[in-house]
Design a protein around this ligand. Structure first.
Ligand code: PMV
Length: 356
């Protein structure tokens, strides 16, 4: 793959008035089996599976014009943002053998997120994949070919690991597993045609327990796995969870889905608690919500479960058919645990969309 994309990279001289503007939106995604620990060049230590979201997304526009040398500016929500711009610039420069044409381009990037800035929701998956879609769109205009989604996932992964999963509809699997033939560590694959219809209706309601910036970056978190005494047991568990979850997704087995999703969330946090240094990323209200969710499920037998990202906010996962009951439950029992009573209603989505 890598060689194929190196060989087909546009290395010629750009035509004189080459310029234009492209725009893409890409969603965030929420992992069920978590990617936590990496190796080599941004490769995962274990396979992971996620839902692609719909409402939490980044919208990115890139103005481009032929120039004497590479030029780059990044604006986030209307303001120049050099910290985030530096990450994209670094990604471009590190991968310029695949995109040598950037040395003849001036790029002006404008990006915004549809989810609140202060929601504690990581935006790197949506923003990096939206940028990669724009870059591949510019390339496709030059070479007259359609965008290859495997390539979009591959370069999104290099920009930010979990971004590899954001470029596919419904659900994605990233990381090699014997349980899924076309799986790869280098890019994600869509699970759209391997999941029971119930999973295509899933909602993810995000309860914002804290809107503070994360106390440990995912880069630092992945690195901590290197010295973690439970690392190899964790990777074996994640592999088993992927195998079992793939079967449950196919058959529509909600009990197994709930069991694996909650266990993965707890493992992710347990790993951080026993890292050196140790981090506690849950807040007291995170635990209160978890207890309420489990009690509600036991009493009502409604298939509601939770997952967590590397932070205190709780993602409630449930099929569309019970959305009304969950809405009442959140308003009655959970919303007081959220900062400013904030919760974001999202659901499984269709992946990237061209805006321009
Ligand atoms: O893509 P990164 O490097 O931000 O890591 C993401 C890690 C988790 O969100 C905690 C899990 C995952 O699989 O998305």
């Amino acid at each position: 793959m890598e060689n194929k994309w190196l060989n087909e990279a546009f290395k010629g001289e750009m035509s004189g008035g080459f310029q234009g503007k492209v725009g893409w939106q890409c969603p965030s995604n929420i992992a069920l089996v978590k990617y936590w620990g990496k190796k080599g060049k941004q490769l995962p230590q274990n396979p992971s599976i996620s839902f692609t979201l719909s409402e939490c997304r980044s919208e990115t526009f890139v103005d481009f014009e032929k120039a004497e040398k590479f030029g780059f500016q990044f604006f986030f929500e209307g303001k120049e943002n050099s910290a985030f711009g530096a990450k994209i610039e670094k990604f471009l420069l590190e991968n310029q053998s695949f995109f040598p044409f950037i040395n003849q381009l001036n790029l002006k990037v404008e990006s915004r997120n549809t989810f609140p800035h202060s929601s504690g929701i990581a935006s790197s998956a949506s923003s990096m994949s939206a940028f990669v879609m724009c870059l591949l769109n510019i390339e496709s205009q030059m070479v007259g070919k359609n965008i290859d989604m495997k390539k979009a996932s591959y370069f999104s992964r290099l920009a930010s690991g979990s971004a590899a999963r954001s470029v596919f509809p419904k659900m994605a699997l990233w990381g090699a597993t014997a349980a899924y033939e076309s799986s790869s560590d280098e890019y994600a694959v869509t699970l759209e045609s391997d999941i029971h219809p119930v999973f295509k209706t899933f909602h993810d309601s995000i309860l914002v327990v804290s809107d503070a910036k994360k106390s440990v970056s995912s880069r630092a978190g992945h690195a901590l796995m290197e010295g973690n005494p439970y690392a190899s047991a964790r990777y074996a568990q994640a592999n088993d969870n992927v195998t079992n979850l793939l079967m449950a997704l196919k058959s529509g087995d909600l009990d197994t889905f709930i069991d694996i999703s909650e266990s993965e969330a707890m493992q992710l946090h347990a790993l951080m608690m026993c890292s050196h240094p140790s981090f506690i990323l849950m807040k007291p209200n995170t635990l209160r919500i978890i207890e309420e969710v489990r009690a509600f499920r036991n009493e009502s037998h409604i298939p509601l479960c939770f997952t967590l990202d590397a932070g205190p906010n709780v993602h409630l996962l449930y099929p569309e058919i019970v959305a009304k009951e969950i809405g009442y439950f959140v308003e009655r029992r959970l919303v007081d645990y959220c900062v400013g009573n904030q919760w974001i209603i999202d659901k499984v989505g269709n992946g990237p969309k061209k805006l321009l």
